[in-house]
Design a protein around this ligand. Structure first.
Ligand SMILES: Cc1ncc(COP(=O)(O)O)c(CN[C@H](C(=O)O)[C@H](C)O)c1O
Length: 344
């Protein structure tokens, strides 16, 4: 049976070229700062996003958690979206690892408003915790992979800067936003204090993310990474794939977006009574299930019976994510399955 895996772009496998450079990578002990390949990747990444320094980390989650830990003090309050990955999917890490509390705002459209943000920034009052950090996300996962514009980003940064509060951007799919918005990545992240982006999602490296910021911030984040046991040794072997990812995969993300649009168009044209499609922005296709006809789980099961894998995204919602390891034929197969099985 044909298998079409649309659960996430985290499942992408390294390219042949990545495997070749990984095997030949020049390595050293990165804890001593002596892995030449990691150093090249960190320097290239910092330059690319216009920050002073960068740190290679094993996962996007660690990058985000290091940002929280490094920007804040225990007892601080952080402001972030109720649908943000840091709040929704990172196991409460900011509380356990950094001892901070969350103040969430409505980010269902991908970003909260400047007025909402202003209304929750803490004044200097003996009863209040300090607002230690504001977090944004671009593209925004639970808003459907929506790319957040520079204008909206800078509007929040302006409020933060006026209140001397640092901003961290969870840019796990930053380059999907760059392609969708057709903007220089340096411009998009110009006014955030730190930015994390994943090499291991659409960019298809097997492992790893980058955290970038000021030299001082990254020096402290590197120490915090060591404390968490994230000091890797000859990690040039995996960093080598990250160099290829940045060199060769960014422009290719448009193909992923085209596949997402093809899938959405095909499902819409099928005219399925029980399935509607939200507007596609990047490489996410969000299916809205009429639960009077099928439960969300029933739709997932029907698709799985035909080898089609998608992700439960909430009651009546299913997420499909396109990526490098899918073909036009795979997308057309999914449309055919839905046409045949979900016509009710
Ligand atoms: C916005 C954002 N920020 C951070 C992360 C964490 O990256 P990793 O820790 O998986 O490398 C993710 C992963 N997202 C994964 C997915 O979408 O399948 C799951 C939900 O964790 C993310 O979507």
């Amino acid at each position: 049976m044909q298998v079409v895996d649309l659960r996430s772009d985290t499942i992408t496998k390294p390219t042949l070229k990545m495997r070749e450079v990984m095997a030949q990578a020049e390595v050293g002990d990165d804890v001593y700062g002596e892995d030449p390949t990691v150093n090249r990747l960190e320097n290239m990444a910092a330059e690319l996003v216009g920050k002073e320094a960068a740190l290679f980390v094993p996962s996007g989650t660690m990058g985000n958690q290091l940002a929280v830990m490094t920007h804040t003090q225990p007892g601080d309050e952080i402001i972030l979206g109720q649908e943000s990955h840091i709040f929704y999917y990172e196991v409460g890490g900011f509380a356990k690892l950094s001892g901070v509390q969350a103040r969430t705002l409505d980010d269902s459209i991908g970003i909260f408003s400047g007025d909402d943000l202003k209304s929750v920034i803490r004044d200097d009052n003996i009863h209040y915790p300090k607002t230690g950090l504001i977090c944004l996300e671009n593209t925004h996962n639970r808003a459907g992979g929506v790319a957040i514009t520079k204008e909206k980003t800078d509007m929040i940064c302006k409020v933060a800067q006026k209140n001397n509060i640092p901003i961290h951007l969870d840019g796990a799919r930053l380059f999907n936003a760059v392609i969708q918005l057709d903007i220089e990545v340096k411009e998009l992240v110009k006014n955030v204090d730190s930015v994390m982006f994943c090499l291991s999602k659409g960019l298809a490296a097997p492992v790893g993310s980058i955290l970038a910021g000021s030299k001082e911030f990254i020096e402290q984040a590197r120490k915090n990474r060591k404390m968490l046991g994230g000091g890797m040794r000859q990690s040039g072997i995996i960093a080598a794939a990250g160099l290829i990812a940045l060199d060769e995969r960014v422009e290719e993300l448009q193909v992923d977006h085209d596949l997402a649009n093809r899938l959405a168009k095909g499902i819409k044209e099928a005219g399925l009574k029980a399935i509607d499609i939200k507007e596609v922005n990047t490489n996410f296709v969000i299916l809205e299930v009429d639960e009077d006809v099928y439960t969300t789980d029933e739709v997932l099961e029907i698709l799985a019976e035909h080898g089609v894998k998608m992700t439960y995204f909430g009651s009546g919602l299913i997420r499909a994510v396109t990526h490098k390891d899918l073909s036009v034929g795979d997308i057309d197969y999914v449309i055919e399955v839905m046409n045949g099985e979900l016509l009710v």
